[in-house]
Design a protein around this ligand. Structure first.
Ligand code: PLP
Length: 355
């Protein structure tokens, strides 16, 4: 696999000079969000005295229909703390092969927790099937690790997981004594797309990690949500991992602002991604994944011979994308407007018209 963050030479300009499709993590706080930071009621969160963090945790737990929540600096630390709350050394987690926690979190659960990772193939929608999951639960035999946890994800690369499948997987895992954790970095996109309540999306799960720093537009922050016992364990793990922060309310206030103001507007990003998908599908040289564009992402296959030329042409036009490939991904977010999408489609069309 190639370097995810191969640097582009963009140092001469401000990030706001670009239409940046690399990820929904690139958004900058709006003026209103900065105001929320300024007004934050701060305290030392390691002493449990930061009112913004406390309020955000209570608010988020309630929103997802669980007992408790804990603020984390990143989704990676939140997922890792969840796994280590549910598992001991020598235990094993089952996880979809393509899921972020398996591919992009540097195997923290194995490195730091001695937890084995058993991957399960996913289908075209990014789902794990119940039969494959059950087949990987190990018998009580000293040859094997002890299967303790199933890790799911929603959305998976922008694809919303059918809720019946999530519930079926959870029920089947629970029946075998496993816990179930969901990496819900983009759970709010699933909520907007499916029309299901956050409580319904989380009902069958033991713990959920959500990101404030993706489509919701906060500068940093994630929350782990679950039962009181799991969150209590996760709090010790967060401290071990160096995630016990002090006046963290400056970030929590952004998170609260994001949850109260930036959830329903995710529909704009979904609409923009669809518009982009439709626009790009008219470019003769591209194969565009029409079915994959459910939420805020557009996927296309960029033929090998066009990758370098197109990337350079996009950059000339102040459009930033990750290196183009057979599975190129463009992500829509708060800082991308409908006009930006229309301009981008024109740039793509211009490139192919001049080939
Ligand atoms: C972004 C993301 C995470 C967490 O990433 P951090 O950069 O550590 O906050 C986890 N899972 C998925 C699917 C993500 O997209």
């Amino acid at each position: 696999m190639t370097n995810q963050y191969a640097k582009l030479n963009i140092s001469k300009k401000k990030s706001t000079d670009y239409i940046d499709f690399r990820s929904d993590t690139v958004t900058l706080p709006t003026e209103e969000m900065f105001q929320a930071m300024v007004g934050a009621k701060l305290g030392d969160d390691v002493y449990g005295e930061d009112r913004e963090a406390n309020e955000l945790q209570v608010y988020t737990a309630e929103l997802l229909g669980k007992e408790a929540a804990l603020f984390f600096p990143t989704g990676t630390q939140s997922n890792l703390s969840a796994i280590l709350s549910h598992c001991q050394r020598g235990d094993e987690v089952l996880i979809g092969r393509e899921y972020h926690t398996n591919v992009y979190e540097a195997h923290g659960a194995s490195v730091l927790g001695g937890v084995g990772i058993c991957t399960i193939d996913t289908n075209h929608r990014g789902s794990v099937c119940v039969k494959d999951m059950l087949a990987q639960i190990k018998a009580d035999d000293p040859h094997f690790g002890i299967t303790k946890l199933l890790c799911l994800e929603n959305t998976v690369s922008g694809r919303v997981q059918p809720q019946e499948e999530i519930n079926e997987l959870s029920d089947a895992a629970h029946a075998r004594g496993l816990k179930v954790h969901l990496d819900g970095a983009r759970l709010f996109n699933a909520h907007i797309h499916s029309g299901l309540s956050l409580k319904d999306l989380c009902y069958s799960l033991d713990s959920i990690s959500i990101c404030l720093s993706k489509g919701l537009g906060a500068p940093a922050g994630s929350l782990l949500v679950g039962d009181i016992d799991t969150i209590r364990k996760a709090k010790r793990l967060r401290k071990i991992l160096g995630g016990g922060m002090r006046q963290v309310g400056v970030l929590a206030a952004c998170g609260m602002y994001a949850l109260q103001n930036n959830v329903t507007r995710l529909q704009n990003d979904h609409d923009n991604a669809r518009r982009l998908t439709q626009g790009l599908s008219k470019c003769k040289g591209l194969q565009v994944g029409i079915d994959e564009a459910q939420t805020n992402m557009t996927f296309f296959h960029c033929p090998q011979e066009h990758r370098e030329g197109m990337q350079a042409f996009l950059l000339e036009n102040n459009i930033l994308v990750h290196s183009l490939s057979s599975a190129s991904r463009l992500v829509c977010h708060l800082d991308i407007t409908k006009a930006d999408v229309d301009f981008t489609v024109q740039v793509f069309q211009h490139y192919f018209n001049n080939k």
